[in-house]
Design a protein around this ligand. Structure first.
Ligand code: ZN
Length: 298
C-alpha cells in the first residue's frame, strides 16, 4: 500500500477542516480550526499556513504528502489561482493562494470553489458516468453550485460559472453579500432560514424549524425558492444527473418530496421534467476534505 496522502482542506466562513486522505479516499487525523479567528487576525493567509504547518508537524509522521488541495467558499479565477471574492472570509481576495501556500509550506497546492469538490465526491461515490452534464446544488449558509460536463469541471470564461445563488428574484429587495439586491440565495439558504426563524418562530430551535413548521406559508415559500433555483438550472442544462445536498436539505424534517414536486412544477414539460435524475446527497463533515483529495488523485 502506497503511503501517498493529500492534505484536504475544507475552508468555510466559520471553520477550516483538514485531514490527510489516502488513495482509498479515507480521511485520517481530521481536525477543525476556527477560520473566523484567522479572518480576524489581519493576515489570513499567514494564519492559515501557520495552522497547516502545525497540523502537519503533529500528524504527518512518515506520510508522503503529495499535495495540498483546498476548497474555498469563493469565486476563483479561471487559472484556479487568485481568489476574486469571498463573502464570508476576509483577507484572501486577490491572493494567489497556490503560490502563497507553496512559499510557506513547500508543497504543491491546488484550490477550487468548494462546491466543485462536493460534486466530485458525489459523482465518484455514486459511480456517475462521466459523459454528459452533471450538476450539484448545495444549500447551506449560501447556495453552492457546480457543474461537470463530460467529466470535466465547467468553470466558464472567467472561472466564475455556477453562481446560481445570485439569480435575481423579481421584486426581491434583500441585499446580498455579493453587493447585488434580491439574489435567490437570500430567499432559499441558511441566512434566510435564520431570518424567518427569528421573525416568525422565536420559540422554535432553528434545527427543528422544518419539523415544526414545514407546511406554513412562510416555509412553503422558502422551499419554493429552493425549487426555482434548481429548476432554472434543469431548464437551462437538461443534465444527465443532478445532486441536491448541503446542510439545509439534511435538516430534521426537511420536506424532500415537496421540494421535488415544486421542482417538477417549474420544469419544462415534457422534458427535462419527465425524466429527471435527481439524487439527494448526504452531508458529513469529511465530505469536502475527501472531495478535495479526489481532485488530486484523479
Ligand atoms: Zn448575490
Amino acid at each position: 500500500m502506497t503511503k501517498d496522502y493529500v492534505l484536504g482542506l475544507d475552508i468555510g466562513g466559520t471553520n477550516v477542516r483538514m485531514g490527510l486522505v489516502d488513495r482509498s479516499y479515507k480521511a485520517h487525523c481530521v481536525e477543525v480550526v476556527s477560520s473566523r479567528a484567522m479572518s480576524g487576525s489581519g493576515n489570513t493567509i499567514k494564519a492559515l499556513t501557520d495552522s497547516i504547518r502545525d497540523y502537519l508537524k503533529r500528524n504527518a509522521g512518515d506520510k508522503e504528502i503529495i499535495a495540498v488541495s483546498a476548497g474555498f467558499p469563493s469565486v476563483i479565477d479561471r487559472d484556479r489561482k487568485k481568489i476574486f471574492s469571498s463573502t464570508n472570509l476576509t483577507g484572501i481576495d486577490g491572493v494567489d493562494v497556490p503560490n502563497e501556500f507553496f512559499k510557506a509550506l513547500n508543497i504543491k497546492t491546488v484550490i477550487e470553489h468548494d462546491a466543485y469538490y462536493l460534486l466530485l465526491y458525489d459523482m465518484i461515490s455514486n459511480k456517475i458516468e462521466t459523459e454528459g452534464a452533471v450538476m450539484g446544488i448545495y444549500f447551506g449558509t449560501g447556495l453552492g453550485n457546480a457543474m461537470y460536463i463530460n467529466g470535466r469541471p465547467y468553470i466558464g470564461k472567467h472561472g466564475t460559472a455556477c453562481e446560481l445563488g445570485h439569480l435575481a428574484v423579481p421584486g426581491g429587495t434583500r441585499k446580498c453579500s455579493c453587493g447585488n439586491t434580491g439574489c435567490i440565495e437570500m430567499y432559499s439558504c441558511g441566512k434566510a432560514l435564520e431570518r424567518i426563524a427569528e421573525e416568525k418562530y422565536p420559540e422554535t430551535e432553528l434545527s427543528d424549524i422544518f419539523l415544526m413548521h414545514a407546511d406554513d406559508a412562510e416555509m412553503d415559500s422558502f422551499v419554493d425558492h429552493m425549487a426555482i433555483a434548481v429548476s432554472a438550472e434543469l431548464n437551462i442544462m437538461d443534465p444527465d444527473c443532478m445532486f441536491i445536498g448541503g446542510g439545509l436539505v439534511n435538516m430534521k424534517g426537511f420536506p424532500k418530496e415537496k421540494l421535488l414536486s415544486y421542482v417538477y412544477e417549474h420544469t419544462r414539460k415534457p422534458y427535462p421534467a419527465d425524466d429527471l435524475n435527481i439524487k439527494f446527497s448526504d452531508n458529513f463533515p469529511e465530505k469536502g476534505i475527501i472531495g478535495a483529495a479526489m481532485a488530486v488523485f484523479n
